[in-house]
Design a protein around this ligand. Structure first.
Ligand SMILES: Cc1cc2nc3c(=O)[nH]c(=O)nc-3n(C[C@H](O)[C@H](O)[C@H](O)COP(=O)(O)OP(=O)(O)OC[C@H]3O[C@@H](n4cnc5c(N)ncnc54)[C@H](O)[C@@H]3O)c2cc1C
Length: 392
């Protein structure tokens, strides 16, 4: 059995490792010529961590992960603590600590686990299809070369051409209404306690930090604005000073501390869930299959869940690509779609789509003991291949 994986992001690399673990010959093709992920870090929630553990990366993941012992929400304007609570009940309930991890390091960990030399960099796929007889899947690259395999997994991200092939045409992604600025800074207790995920909120905006390994905070700011506004790279400090003028001292310190040259600005989009992930011997995985807003931090975790589900599907149907891909699709579409819609719902409340609903949320935060928020996060974590929901 030979599998070709298009895209060496966290979804593609997880899938490549997962398939190789069960003896499938894998070949990875990646359009960029080196590991340069966009974005500073991600929170790998317990369901994602369990997938990485399953791929044999338990120790490496724990070494790269920040330790989040508590979570807090702060009124962005006054600096008053709205709520602060321990993460321990969550860890106890799901049996695994979550880990925020710097993106480049997560990516490098996966690539090293697979083998850097085994990845075909600088190979941009321009077309994918099933062969005329249907007995092979074929990818064509920008340099004119082709590769054929028993199956092709398109882990080619949010603007996937594999998805276009599987669905029979392009789909339009939806602007979620806000822009996210993100980066890394050194831990600074004037911004947040070192082992806390702290979020300042107000007016549908957020400023947030969480620890990653190496004494650093992953930070992000969310700003509601129209799509397509001009932005000059390197101007993050001025832009954020404008949007967060008068906010609490911790937020001002974060803006003063960040490096504008390495601060990313991302317009946030997502895609309505869809149920067709497979066409013949070609299938989508990761953002290609379920492009979500980052509001519950589950896009990458869901890609890792895809990889484990794909492995299990081929374990169950080792000699039948069609049966295996059908089983993968059945295992994943509902769960992944549910996470996309959960994120969209949170996105709207967080970013004041209905300002009254957001004001009610701020009121709830002032009364929060942690129970409701942890229940919500556990609800996101449960339902993956390694976090099954027990009947009843
Ligand atoms: C601001 C922000 C914050 C986020 N925070 C979190 C979080 O906290 N937790 C979480 O779990 N997720 C988070 N996510 C989501 C997460 O980043 C994605 O879900 C994840 O990166 C998806 O992985 P992927 O491998 O499917 O796609 P990608 O990471 O996009 O990788 C796709 C790869 O395919 C390659 N490629 C694309 N087209 C081709 C082609 N034609 N030929 C060859 N190669 C190609 C690309 O170069 C890329 O390397 C966040 C996303 C954003 C934008």
């Amino acid at each position: 059995m030979k599998a070709v994986i298009i895209g060496a992001g966290m979804g593609g690399m997880s899938a490549a490792i997962a398939l190789r673990q069960i003896g499938i010959e894998t070949h990875v093709y990646e359009r960029v010529s080196e590991n340069k992920p966009v974005g500073a870090a991600i929170s790998v929630w317990s369901n994602g961590v369990l997938c990485l553990n399953h791929l044999g990366l338990e120790q490496q993941t724990a070494e790269l992960g920040g330790i989040v012992d508590s979570m807090s929400y702060i009124d962005g304007h006054t600096g008053d603590t709205m709520c602060r609570f321990s993460m321990q009940p969550l860890i106890d309930e799901v049996g695994q600590r979550p880990y925020p991890i710097a993106r480049a390091e997560l990516q490098q960990m996966l690539m090293d686990a697979y083998g850097m030399d085994a990845i075909n960099f600088g190979m941009k796929m321009v077309a994918v299809e099933n062969s005329a007889g249907g007995d092979r899947a074929v990818a064509t690259f920008a340099d004119g070369t082709t590769v054929s395999a028993d199956l092709i997994i398109g882990a080619d991200g949010a603007n996937s051409i594999t998805r276009e092939y599987v669905l029979g045409g392009p789909v339009e992604r939806r602007y979620a209404g806000y822009v996210n600025f993100n980066g890394l800074v050194d831990v600074d207790e004037e911004i947040s306690p070192a082992s806390e995920w702290t979020t300042y909120v107000g007016d549908g905006k957020r400023a947030s930090v969480m620890p990653v390994a190496g004494g650093r905070f992953y930070f992000f700011f969310d700003v509601v604005e129209p799509q397509g506004l001009p932005y000059e790279k390197g101007s993050a400090r001025e832009v954020l000073r404008h949007h967060f003028a008068g906010w609490a001292p911790g937020v001002q310190k974060l803006i003063d501390t960040l490096d504008p040259d390495t601060t990313n600005r991302v317009e946030i989009l997502d895609l309505d869930p869809f149920d067709t992930w497979v066409k013949g011997r070609v299938a989508v995985l990761g953002d290609a299959a379920h492009n979500t807003t980052p509001d519950i931090g589950q896009g990458g975790c869901s890609a890792m869940e895809d990889a484990v589900a794909l492995q299990w599907a081929f374990q169950d149907h080792p000699d039948d690509v069609h049966a295996a891909l059908a089983s993968y699709q059945t295992a994943r579409t509902e769960r992944a779609g549910d996470l996309v819609l959960r994120a969209r719902k949170r996105c709207d409340v967080t970013h004041a789509k209905d300002p009254q609903a957001t004001a009610r949320w701020y009121d709830e935060l002032r009364k929060e003991t942690g129970d409701n928020i942890i229940r919500g996060i556990v609800g996101n974590i449960m339902g993956g291949p390694l976090t099954p929901i027990s009947p009843g």
